[in-house]
Design a protein around this ligand. Structure first.
Ligand code: DHB
Ligand code: FE
Length: 289
């Protein structure tokens, strides 16, 4: 997608954001997969997954009508390109818990389906790429990247991506410039950064696709609380993928993606210059194993 003239974002159809998320995932997976298959492990995990589903059918006496509704729904998840959305909302949080259980440094959270590599690079105190008239409350986000022993990590890079004031992500919704609200900051010699952006709005997962159909049929809601996505890198340290949240959001307690943790809550204050808000948060990275 290239930069477009119209700045008014519209709700993307599920098949638009889902299709783009599937495409991006396929590109990255193709670049990273080793191609090695551990037959024992696949046998073990696939057998457990199949058994878990069969147990549900037997224990809950699932009918043919229910089985066929499930089959039709699974087909539609694929047609809508919503597998990345479905998996990142309902499963990734457990994978993230397993992957980071050993850490002493900052808590992480799920990556979600909307990360894009190679965002524009900025100075330690730079402003995120945004539109001239970007709607939303200005937010200054400052802090330091450190090792667990307290040493500032002066070679760290802080990547930030987030939704706009309407809850939409660039490259996954129409009418938003390509790198809007996405950037990579090189920290200064003290490991510090001072990021200038706007506060994102809460995000609603697309309601017009298969995932929305399930949410409506089950009487759930489709909301994630407003959040900032981060990846914090430093040589010799484990990559930290995290999300940070704002106090008072009605969905902090019932995030559909189960990705909120108390350690990930920000504490914004009215800005010293009277414009928007200031917030501080430090990232502590574990050493690479
Ligand atoms: C989804 C969207 C997000 O912005 C996120 O952080 C996690 C999941 C989703 O639509 O699946
Ligand atoms: Fe998100």
């Amino acid at each position: 997608m290239t930069e477009q003239d119209g700045y008014l974002s519209e709700a993307p159809a599920a098949a638009t954001s889902g299709g783009l998320a599937s495409e991006r995932f396929r590109e990255r997976a193709a670049a990273s997969q080793s191609g090695v298959v551990d037959v024992e492990r696949v046998n073990h995990l696939a057998s457990r997954a199949v058994k878990a589903l069969n147990d549900i059918v037997l224990e809950e006496a699932v009918s043919y009508d229910e089985y066929n509704a499930f089959k039709a729904w699974l087909i539609k998840v694929g047609e809508d390109g919503e597998w990345p959305l479905f998996l990142d909302v309902w499963l990734e949080h457990s994978v993230e818990d397993v992957a980071t259980a050993h850490r002493d440094g900052s808590k992480g959270s799920i990556e979600g389906p909307y990360y894009i590599e190679d965002a524009p690079e900025l100075e330690w105190d730079g402003t995120i790429p945004m539109r001239e008239d970007e709607p939303g409350t200005p937010l200054s986000f400052s802090g330091q990247v450190r090792a667990v022993d307290g040493t500032p990590l002066k070679d760290a890079r802080v990547e930030l991506w987030h939704a706009d004031n309407d809850g939409f992500y660039s490259q996954f919704a129409p009418g938003i410039p390509e790198w809007n609200l996405r950037g990579i900051w090189a920290v200064n010699d003290d490991g510090r950064f001072d990021i200038h952006t706007i506060r994102p709005a809460p995000y609603q997962i697309p309601t017009d696709g298969a995932c929305g159909q399930l949410i409506a049929a089950a009487g759930w809601h489709a909301w994630r609380p407003a959040h900032l996505h981060f990846k914090v890198h430093a040589p010799g340290h484990e990559l930290l993928t995290a999300q940070l949240y704002f106090p008072g959001d009605p969905h902090n307690e019932d995030d559909i993606a189960s990705a909120v943790k108390p350690e990930l809550m920000l504490d914004p204050k009215p800005a010293a210059d009277g414009k928007g808000e200031d917030v501080e948060y430090d990232f502590v990275l574990d050493p690479e194993a």
